[in-house]
Design a protein around this ligand. Structure first.
Ligand code: NAP
Length: 458
């Protein structure tokens, strides 16, 4: 894939970038390695000061950066702004809490291991490679970078090839804020160059957010070098609606949960599993609201839905819908690609989906909701788990026993009850099954790229 800024709203190529040469990659890895040693000589307080300065820069740059993001990947300008504001908040969160998350943990009864003193200490690993996607092109990077840098690691970013301007902005952000040169740097490289970077001994670990295919490839190469990975991969999240739910609210939130970010979120609600007692009511209102969404210029304030980010992505959505329709699924709204330049796809609702159809167990990365009818909690759980993925899940019920049963039995990294799945710096985020392993955010996330070192003293 060429490294280029192509406006998805028009299909126009705005700028193309030469991939970095092997010499430039080597130079940047060398800087990341040197910066790791320099960061090791800094205190949490110093790093926190720089991290807060970087958050202030993001606040100051929010309008220009939001326009860059919208131009590169098509999300609405207002959601780009919200994403950047969330990044600044996440950076301040780790500036405030990193030292506490990584404080030494003394063993209460050291004599039980024959020591006078024993404790666990968390220490940084070194330069970490971060392979990142375009869908939240600032937040995905920051939620890795903020804890990694606060822990004393350095970061090397391989961003998605369709967001190079955002990558280059992030490349400068942390050094502008005071971090040493090389503490966080971007490499403009294609996915085929990731292997050589992973094999480089200066890279100590890697994180990838993206498709399960990319995750599996990076995991395999890193595994061959015994380097730790964290993988945040795709999802096909269930959104379960039971009879005790507030159907109006479930509809309203469900439409947002499916269509936020133009339908391209890993934790989007992708499969709606609705109890038969409220199926018709939910489906009618849901279709009405989906059909009412305003599609158009992502720069305009009143737009709900912009284009999909890439032509390949849009074609993929078209194909998976055509496959379902060809096998008997019903389209209740949308389903037709508009005839206009750019990569547009309308909000679409589909029923009568069967296991023979690709969308039954593939992730659909666009504003396409499938609604299934379920007859019981057991049905809903079985269908919720009938996917190779296990990222998020949202369940709508006011029955405490049902809430507890869903929370226990759905195979996912997070269960949200009467709310949509959202990532918060305060809560660990990640998946199970083909949605990946490891956790980002909160204390769990910052410790992923630390050496959990045991210290025992006689
Ligand atoms: P993708 O193709 O996997 O790309 C993601 C990143 O991986 C890009 O930087 C890409 O580089 C790189 N890449 C692709 N193939 C690779 C390979 N074989 N080896 C090394 N690097 C490789 O993902 P996408 O389709 O653009 O993004 C959407 C996916 O990301 C969805 O599945 C979504 O659910 C998932 N996602 C997950 C989370 C989460 O937190 N769990 C969050 C956001 C998105 P190029 O751009 O150069 O190809």
């Amino acid at each position: 894939m060429a490294i280029a800024t192509i406006n998805p709203a028009t299909g126009e190529t705005l700028e193309e970038f030469e991939p970095f040469s092997p010499e430039e990659i080597d130079r940047r890895l060398g800087l990341a390695d040197e910066a790791f040693r320099a960061l090791g000589r800094t205190s949490f307080d110093t790093r926190a000061e720089w991290m807060r300065a970087a958050a202030d820069l993001l606040d100051a740059d929010i309008n220009d950066l939001a326009r860059t993001v919208t131009t590169e990947m098509g999300k609405t300008l207002q959601s780009a702004r919200a994403e950047i504001a969330k990044c600044a908040m996440g950076m301040r969160f780790f500036a405030t809490h990193a030292q506490r998350f990584l404080a030494d943990e003394p063993l209460d009864n050291p004599d039980s291991v024959g020591a006078s003193r024993a404790y666990v200490s968390y220490q940084p690993l070194g330069p970490i490679l971060a392979v990142m996607p375009w869908n939240f092109p600032v937040w995905q990077v920051i939620r890795f970078a903020a804890p990694a840098l606060m822990a004393g690691n350095t970061g090397v970013l391989k961003h998605a090839s369709n967001v190079p301007r955002t990558a280059l902005y992030l490349d400068r952000l942390f050094t502008r804020a005071g971090f040493p040169e090389g503490a966080f740097a971007a490499l403009l490289i294609g996915s085929t160059d990731v292997e050589q970077v992973l094999l480089d001994p200066r890279i100590r670990a890697a994180t990838l957010t993206g498709s399960d295919a990319a995750g599996s490839s990076v995991g395999l190469i890193a595994g061959s070098q015994v380097k730790k990975t964290v993988l945040e991969l795709g999802g096909s999240d269930p959104f379960v609606v039971m009879p005790s739910a507030d159907v109006d609210q479930a509809v309203r939130v469900g439409v947002t949960a499916r269509c936020q970010n133009n339908g391209q979120s890993c934790i989007a609600a992708k499969r709606f599993l609705v109890h038969e007692d409220c199926f018709d009511e939910f489906t009618d209102r849901f279709v009405e609201r989906m059909a009412d969404l305003r599609i158009g210029d992502p720069m305009a304030d009143d737009t709900d839905l912009g284009p999909l980010a890439t032509e390949v992505g849009r074609d993929g959505v078209e194909q998976v819908v055509a496959d379902a329709v060809g096998k008997g699924a019903k389209v209740l709204c949308g389903g037709e690609t508009p005839d206009r330049p750019g990569w547009w796809y309308p909000p679409t609702v589909i029923t009568d989906v069967t296991p023979a159809m690709r969308m039954y167990d593939e992730e659909v990365f666009g504003p396409v909701a499938q609604i299934h009818r379920v007859g019981s909690v057991e049905d809903a759980i079985a269908l919720a788990n009938a996917t190779p993925y296990g990222l998020g899940s949202s369940v709508w019920t006011h029955d405490p026993a049902e809430q507890a049963e869903f929370a226990r039995s759905i195979e996912s990294g997070q269960v949200f009850v009467n709310g949509m799945v959202v990532s918060y710096p305060q809560l660990p985020f990640g998946g199970v099954k083909r949605s990946g392993y490891g956790r980002e955010l909160a204390a769990y996330g910052i410790r992923e790229f630390c050496n959990t070192k045991t210290v025992w003293a006689a």
